[in-house]
Design a protein around this ligand. Structure first.
Ligand code: 4AD
Ligand code: MG
Length: 481
């Protein structure tokens, strides 16, 4: 018989039909009730076996984690919390699961424990919900851009350039596994080249995106990017996914408008399409919040927080205005910063970003016009201000609980200005000649930004550690499989 997905049965009303369900046993209670999950929903279906007529050796194999196929009549359930159940006629064990050895038990496991068995954590409700939301958000991003006529452009993963000029890259090397070159002490001697050229894993698809935007008008990339920063925080990964739209003829305001509408669109999409998952994650977060001291608890639940974000326009202020707010924050509030901002020109620490968003404005904030010296070479240069300070047309979007979720800018489109800045920042102008062709041949004002996909998934799911929103986290301590 053809298999039906559990999701399609949970709200069925045509009782009496014969159905086949295949999935994994979550629990088996009273020698009678099997809770089966097939991943299509975070909810299980209950299958009721008649133990008087079922072989006892078969019942013994109904352990948590075992794969089963059941066929039987769909009936209305009298049990609490479920509308339907299956009266089992035929039961088959597809794959046994040794309960003694299986790490997942029918109880709540900590996220730390599940991170250690990341290869099995897909089988839990929490990760079912998180990765369903991740999937929906990825789909919504493609939908948003395609509805607006943007072209999806695949940027390379192996590249010869350093898009951010920050130098935190993984080098690509070639190695002959049958003949591994060794140093005298036995350590591996890596060849420092990619068939004779020096290459890295990309930190951003932006520069390639700019090439395409100056031909197609509006493009976006959506792919993995890599940063070799040795940071073990709850917000950083060595491998993360980034969405990078790039648009010809957009100034910084157009850029901010696009970023704000993209974020609102995808959050709306998740609310409309991931109801069950978000309800579940809301409950999970509430449990987690209960463990915090009263004054640190959030006053909004997950769903209200997402709706709140949709209903309010993001606050737009300049870096200079933000510094003034931070400097004049009341002394008792000021004490909560470990790093005080004393001087204009310093980069904001995440605690400053969070103060602005969570305490001062209490909504998402877009910070613009950062000091030129703390931003990348390609950002459009403003005229110096009345105190002679140089800023660039940068924008960072800061989100509650997350900090920076988007980083972008209007781009410097004037060849001479860009070349001068690159020289000042020791970026090899000659090697980047291909990029500078955009400014040599038909240059136009243009803008773009990068949205960190995992930070978006963190925000929407209410999870607190970035390792819990990507299937296989890559951090300095995590790269087994
Ligand atoms: O601010 P970033 O470094 O900007 C760029 O790479 C630009 N080229 C983007 C552009 O204008 N096209 O990174 C953009 C976003 C950040 O705001 C953050 O959300 C995310 O990428 N991000 C990270 N996410 C996880 N782990 C890391 N190590 C991240 N580094 C940046
Ligand atoms: Mg940034």
């Amino acid at each position: 018989m053809k298999r039906t997905k559990i999701k399609d049965l949970l709200n069925a009303t045509d009782f009496g039909q014969q159905v086949t369900v295949k999935g994994w046993v979550r629990t088996f209670r009273n020698n009678q009730f099997i809770a089966i999950n097939d991943g299509s929903s975070i909810n299980n279906i209950q299958a009721v076996v008649d133990f008087t007529s079922t072989d006892e050796s078969l019942l013994k194999r109904l352990t948590t984690g075992a794969a089963v196929s059941v066929t039987g009549e769909l009936v209305e359930s009298l049990g609490k919390g479920q509308r339907v159940e299956i009266k089992v006629g035929q039961l088959e064990i597809l794959g046994d699961c040794d309960a003694e050895k299986y790490p997942l038990q029918p109880k709540k496991h900590s996220l730390e424990f599940l991170r250690e068995i990341a290869h099995l954590r897909f089988r839990t409700n929490t990760f079912n919900a998180v990765f369903k939301v991740r999937n929906a958000l990825a789909f919504a991003i493609h939908k948003f851009f395609n509805e607006q006529g943007f072209v999806y452009m695949h940027s390379p993963i192996i590249t010869g350039s350093d898009a951010e000029g920050a130098g935190e890259m993984f080098r690509v090397t070639t190695i002959d596994l049958d003949n591994i070159p060794r140093n005298e002490d036995g350590s591996v001697n890596y060849k420092e080249d990619f068939f004779g050229k020096s290459t890295n894993l990309t930190v951003s698809g932006q520069l390639e995106g700019e090439l395409a935007a100056l031909a197609f008008g509006e493009i976006y990339t959506f792919g993995p990017t890599f940063r070799a920063e040795n940071s073990n925080t709850t917000r950083h990964l060595a491998e993360f996914w980034m969405i990078e739209p790039e648009m010809a003829f957009y100034d910084l305001n157009d850029n901010m408008d696009l970023a704000e509408s993209l974020l609102k669109y995808v959050i709306r999409y998740a609310l409309d399409n991931c109801g069950d998952e978000l309800e579940f994650l809301k409950g999970r977060l509430q449990e987690e919040e209960k463990l915090k001291p009263q004054n640190e608890r959030s006053d909004l639940d997950l769903i209200s927080k997402l709706n709140f974000c949709l209903e309010n326009s993001f606050e737009r202020i300049t870096y200079t205005e933000a510094i003034n707010i931070l400097k004049s924050s009341k002394p008792n509030q000021k004490k909560q910063f470990k790093y005080l901002i004393e001087d204009w020109g310093a980069d904001l620490q995440s605690e400053h970003e969070r103060y602005l968003v969570e305490k001062h404005f209490k909504k998402p904030v877009i910070l613009t016009d950062y000091p030129a010296d703390i931003k990348a070479f390609y950002m459009k240069q403003n005229d110096a201000d009345d105190q002679g300070r140089n800023t660039v047309r940068a924008m960072d979007i800061l989100f509650p609980g997350i900090g920076e979720i988007v980083g972008g800018s209007q781009r410097e489109e004037v060849l001479e200005k860009l070349e001068r800045r690159m020289t000042e920042m020791h970026i090899p102008v000659e090697e980047m000649s291909w990029f500078l062709d955009t400014r040599r041949f038909g240059s136009v004002p243009h803008s773009g930004f990068g949205l960190g996909f995992e930070r978006l998934v963190l925000f929407v799911t209410g999870m607190t550690n970035i390792r819990d929103v990507i299937p296989f986290p890559r951090t300095p301590k995590n790269a087994e499989f």
